[in-house]
Design a protein around this ligand. Structure first.
Ligand code: NAD
Length: 282
């Protein structure tokens, strides 16, 4: 029996945990070999300075490889910072050396940055979010596009957010960057269509990962409490969605990424696919 992405090779950024790890496992379950990219140790410390929750470690990235192997797949871990063009290019080269081709890219790495009103954010905080979430996504596409153009095939799936299609308070850099990656996806779709390289985006509602399960986000959703915890936020999160759920599981987003990456979606190009429990229609 063959999988839905059998023998394809998938590069995933932000693969050390959360949605990226889930995408790695789900794509491997369906036959893909995985190039798992996440922050090198020094860059992890640097990015964590701009975040209310810590980034993933190289040990987390190694654990993703173990989980892919446990699922019967094969993965190569390549520490690389999406802010660093040379590191990304080297990661792509290492993946090509190991697996020989590149069919799927999940541009998934991202941070929220510190919360606060737009006029309260520091320049450094704003810049870090734009550098990782927007410029990092562009650099990921830049590193892989020539290979996919040569192959005359490929599927790039950019992780946006419902915050790429609507706004919210206290996350201006994040909202701006996520709107930006949807614009980037649309531009890339025009540029890569002639080479049969498809480009799409997913727009998740809140997802059960470290990006959501941290004190800064709990405080954002329950400003009325001094020290809110996860359970205190369930009802506030649920109010954002039409379906009666507070957040999706990472696996729910992986199913959308898998479909967009697969040949089942061969004529799906230039779209934003919400996996949002009805949030955008509410
Ligand atoms: N969790 C949510 O509620 C939610 C909702 C919508 C969209 N998203 C988006 O989904 C994507 C995945 O987030 P997640 O929920 O898995 O959160 P997460 O924090 O668990 O995972 C993000 C990963 O990106 C990595 N990363 C951060 N900066 C990087 C860099 N410069 N280079 C390489 N890797 C880097 C982190 O180390 C981490 O492993 C992000 O783009 C996020 O914006 C998340």
């Amino acid at each position: 029996m063959t999988g839905r992405v059998q023998d394809k090779v998938a590069l995933i950024t932000g693969a050390a945990r959360g949605q990226g790890r889930s995408h790695a496992i789900r794509l491997a379950e369906e036959g893909a070999r995985v190039i798992a990219v996440d922050l090198p140790e020094a860059a992890c410390k640097d990015v964590s300075r701009y975040s209310p929750y810590p980034m993933a470690t190289e040990a987390d990235l190694a654990a993703t490889v173990g989980l892919v192997e446990a699922a019967g797949g094969e993965a190569l871990a390549v520490p690389a910072d999406v802010r660093d063009e040379d590191e990304l290019t080297a990661a792509v080269a290492a993946g090509l050396a190991r697996f020989g081709r590149l069919d799927i890219v999940s541009a998934n790495a991202g941070i929220t940055g510190f919360t606060g009103k737009a006029w309260e954010l520091s320049r450094e905080n704003w810049q870090a979010v734009i550098d990782i979430d927007l410029t990092g996504t562009w650099q990921t596409a830049k590193a892989v596009a020539p290979i996919m153009i040569d192959q005359r095939c490929g599927s790039i799936v950019i992780t946006a957010s419902t915050m790429g299609l609507k706004g919210t308070a206290n996350l201006a850099g994040y909202v701006a960057a996520k709107h930006g990656v949807i614009g980037l996806m649309r531009a890339l779709a025009h540029e890569l269509a002639a080479f049969s390289v498809r480009v799409n985006a997913v727009a998740p509602t809140s997802v059960a990962t470290d990006m959501v399960f941290n004190d800064a986000v709990y405080q954002l959703f329950r400003p009325d409490l001094a020290h809110p915890g996860k359970e205190d936020t369930v009802s506030a999160f649920t109010q954002h969605n039409m379906l009666p759920v507070p957040w999706a599981d990472a696996r729910d987003i992986s199913e959308a990424v898998l479909w967009l990456a697969s040949d089942e979606a061969r004529y799906v190009h230039g779209i934003v696919l919400p996996v949002d429990a009805g949030q955008l229609a509410k």
